[in-house]
Design a protein around this ligand. Sequence first.
Ligand code: CA
Ligand code: CA
Length: 240
Amino acid sequence: MYRKSLIAAAILIALAVPATAGGLTVWTFDSVPSDANVSTGTLIPLIGTGTAFRGPGVGAPNPPETFYSGYPNSGPDTNNSRWGVTPLAGATSPFETSAPALSRYVQFSTSTVGFGILKIDYVHYFSNTAVNTATVQYTTDGSTFVNLDTYTVSQESSTWYHKSYDLTAIPGVLNNANFAFRIAADFDPSVAKYKAARGASSVGTSGAWGFDNVIVPEPGSLFVLGAGIAGLFGTIRRRR
Ligand SMILES: [Ca+2]
Ligand SMILES: [Ca+2]
């Protein structure tokens, strides 16, 4: 049913949104077509146009990219993948020196030309030995990144966290072909060092982050698109 909704949404977008209008970019990291294997996936958006990549140093445990099981109940279980990365791959002790704060990141780029509103939405998975703190950054010129938010997690087992931001009021982010955002590994603000997501664990080079359902919506276009995409967002909302 969910897959049918996505296909319906994609068809509606093709019909309703001019190719140059932007309007919506969705990364599910799921193979298209489904190959019934969560360990294979794609960085190509399911909907819209954009790029996703690992910044320098950030690892892929199984190159060229690594996919594991995705955010629960947001796609057919046999094909629902997340994008897995290891922020501190190859870093040496002290990590704070070899991999300075904000130097290890993933980046999502998508034009906001034609947008009247801009929100970003995603789910972020932390393994227990992963860096516990992430700083979200955005750019309006494609090169200078500005901090938007920092969050620190504390968990007893690997967990997903839903994040959502409304950037509409930020000058320059709308109608901008250079818009992009990063999710960067950062020091735990309480100790100014990298800490692990699970308090009893030590942060490590194999500690993994995962991402799924990365959505950059211009809600005005969603209204036009109707029920197909509403199904997608309904599925995500129910998991909050
Ligand atoms: Ca797959
Ligand atoms: Ca997925």
